[in-house]
Design a protein around this ligand. Structure first.
Ligand SMILES: [Zn+2]
Length: 144
């Protein structure tokens, strides 16, 4: 059986850790859409050992904090669905009041047209967001 998150990175690689990776997902309308992908193939969060659960959520938090500190989003959405791809991954999505779906989930129906100016502003801040993310993730994995 093939698994897209075992066979491919699943997006643009931002950070490769020992047990997880962070990718930027190319999702139209949501420029600040990241995924923390557990490296080994497990379907459910509860399959991780206790220390792995902590590490996974620390990584999610590092991504969340980097997005909050650099983009000042209205809300961060965290989600682990895995109905389409049953390989553990957390979605970390910065949401803005003007985005096409707010306040609905990104997977729901659009509420309004996309805002090109918002998307451009957010996209322009992604390098800073990712630099902050990488620094936090490196500190997480290599505490000095
Ligand atoms: Zn897999």
């Amino acid at each position: 059986m093939t698994c897209p998150l075992c066979d491919t990175l699943g997006g643009r690689l931002v950070y490769q850790g020992r047990a997880f990776r962070v990718i930027h997902a190319d999702e139209a309308g949501f420029p600040a859409f990241y995924r923390v992908v557990w490296q080994s193939h497990v379907a459910e969060f509860s399959e991780l050992a206790p220390a792995e659960r902590v590490r996974c959520m620390e990584a999610v938090m590092a991504v969340e904090l980097a997005l909050r500190n650099t983009l000042a989003p209205r809300k961060i959405n965290l989600a682990a669905l895995g109905n389409m791809v049953a390989h553990l991954h957390w979605h970390v999505i910065a949401r803005f009041e003007q985005d096409s779906h707010f306040p609905s989930p990104v997977w729901a129906a659009a509420q309004r047209a996309r805002d090109a100016a918002l998307e451009a502003r957010v996209a322009a801040a992604l390098p800073a967001a990712e630099a902050a993310m990488i620094e936090a993730l490196q500190m997480l994995e290599n505490p000095s």
